[in-house]
Write a protein that binds this ligand. Structure first.
Ligand code: EPU
Length: 432
């Protein structure tokens, strides 16, 4: 547990190196379970969620070695268990991704149900319904999902169009790659992290049509073979640093980045009054005034990412005018707002939306992070606030952001890491 101490008011200046995507790396790591042979993964970020996934794979018998060049060499030829430890699934919901590949390749998966979550209700019913549709016998008993199938059989899976679930798309497409026959997944997620995993699977020999669309047609193959792959840059990290630049009236360049995949965020920032310059693999933001009010609705890609909603809420808090934020993905993702109120923000949360009446200035205060993105948002609030902000629950932020303090310091921010004041304050029971 760590606590961040931030003295606000310094404009951020410079270039920040963006790490590989957290939510892109988790599916890639789970997908290696399908592969017969060595996989080399590059640009996997050194964050605690990834360490949890690596521990999970090792618990199943996977050999993972870091190479001298920083890449991970992964060998799944000697799996010794199809049972995922509860302690790891409890720490991070992304560990549920091992269910699809274990079931498809080894005919069985025993994975604890991930349980509740601070950002809202996050059941895995779409995943389980999909496994059943693929012919698995699934039992949920004593908090564990136990799925079995001699061989999965291709089918048509219509997912809920309101959500286009990221996790269910990943789990079901991983399962379908080794199923017998054709699986059609309707209303699939098109998040770039999911698309990157589709491209990785195709490079391993999977037959997937409709990559980067909401309808996937997957023809099962007998086996996948090893390849080398690099995770895409983290668009949530890039967006976080760009918003930090906007809030501190700075000049920040993020690289590597995929400007096209950040378009909805950079459009919002341009609307707020920032000056943006897109490079081939970078984005530069300059800002010299108070942001204008903006309205945002979160939605599945290519909509506005819910993972940047809290950061965007901080921008709205200090914008000139009234902004409306609608959250359509997670019902409890405004839990950072009460902490912002303590810093002087004027926000009213209603069902599924929040109205931000911009104030000219936030003021530093001790606050508590409740999840990765809430923590990042409070860091941004601290960077633009007058005085000192102490953020408890910093290790939650470290789950998703590689060396956030080092990177902020590199841009000139005044940040210190201190031991947690009260270790009981945040129990990261439920992790995405
Ligand atoms: N849903 C169901 N049933 C299911 C699955 C999802 O009802 O079986 C609902 C959820 O309750 C939610 C909506 O569908 O309301 C969308 O959930 P989704 O499955 O898309 O989210 P996820 O896969 O659990 C991933 C990211 C989240 C990110 C969301 C939305 C990972 C490891 N997690 O979660 O990232 O917010 O997609 O884009 O990729 C984070 O990084 O901080 C984080 C929370």
């Amino acid at each position: 547990m760590a606590r961040f101490k931030i003295t606000g008011g310094t404009p951020l200046h410079g270039t920040v190196q963006i790490s590989g995507s957290k939510n892109g790396s988790l599916p890639l790591l789970a997908a290696t379970l399908l592969v017969d042979g060595e996989v080399v993964l590059r640009d996997i970020p050194d964050i605690s969620d990834i360490r949890t996934m690596i521990r999970m794979l090792k618990a199943l018998g996977v050999k993972i070695e870091p190479r001298e060049d920083g890449a991970l060499s992964i060998d799944c030829s000697n799996i010794t268990s199809v049972s995922a430890p509860y302690d790891l699934v409890r720490r991070m919901r992304g560990s549920f991704y091992v269910a699809g590949p274990l079931l498809a390749r080894f005919g069985e998966a025993q994975v604890p149900l991930p349980g509740g979550c601070v950002i809202g209700s996050r059941p895995v019913d779409f995943h389980i319904r999909g496994f059943k549709a693929l012919g698995a016998h699934v039992e949920e008993k004593y908090g564990v999902m136990h799925a079995k199938a001699d061989r999965l059989v291709g089918t048509r899976i219509d997912m809920d169009p309101r959500f286009r679930s990221v996790g269910a798309t990943v789990n079901l497409m991983l399962a379908a790659t080794l199923a017998d026959g054709v699986t059609i997944i309707e209303n699939a997620s098109r998040e770039p992290e999911v698309v990157d995993c589709q491209q990785f699977l195709a490079a391993c020999g999977a037959r997937i049509e409709g990559i980067d669309t909401t309808t996937l047609r997957i023809t099962g193959v007998e086996r996948l073979t090893g390849t080398e792959w690099s995770a895409i840059p983290d668009r949530m990290e890039a967006g976080t640093f760009l918003i930090a630049g906007a809030l501190t009236r700075g000049d920040v360049t993020v690289e590597p980045a995929e400007p096209e995949r950040l378009r909805i965020v950079t459009d919002m920032l341009a609307h707020a009054g920032c000056d943006l310059e897109m490079g081939e693999r970078s984005v530069r933001l300059r800002m010299d005034r108070r942001p204008r009010a903006v309205d945002v609705v979160t939605a599945p890609y290519p909509g506005y990412p819910t993972d940047l909603q809290p950061n965007t809420g901080v921008l709205m808090s200090v914008a000139d005018g009234t902004s409306v934020m609608e959250e359509s993905i997670f019902d409890a993702r405004f839990n950072y707002v009460d902490e912002l109120l303590r810093m002087g923000a004027d926000v009213r949360v209603m069902e599924g939306a929040a109205i931000f009446k911009g104030v000219p200035q936030l003021f530093g205060a001790p606050v508590v992070a409740t999840d990765i993105r809430a923590g990042a948002a409070l860091i941004l609030a601290g960077l633009c606030a007058e005085g000192v902000t102490e953020i408890n629950g910093g290790s939650l932020v470290a789950r998703g952001y590689e060396d956030i303090t080092g990177k902020l310091k590199g841009l000139g921010a005044q940040v210190e890491v201190l031991p947690e004041a009260d270790p009981e304050i945040v129990d990261p029971e439920c992790l995405p």
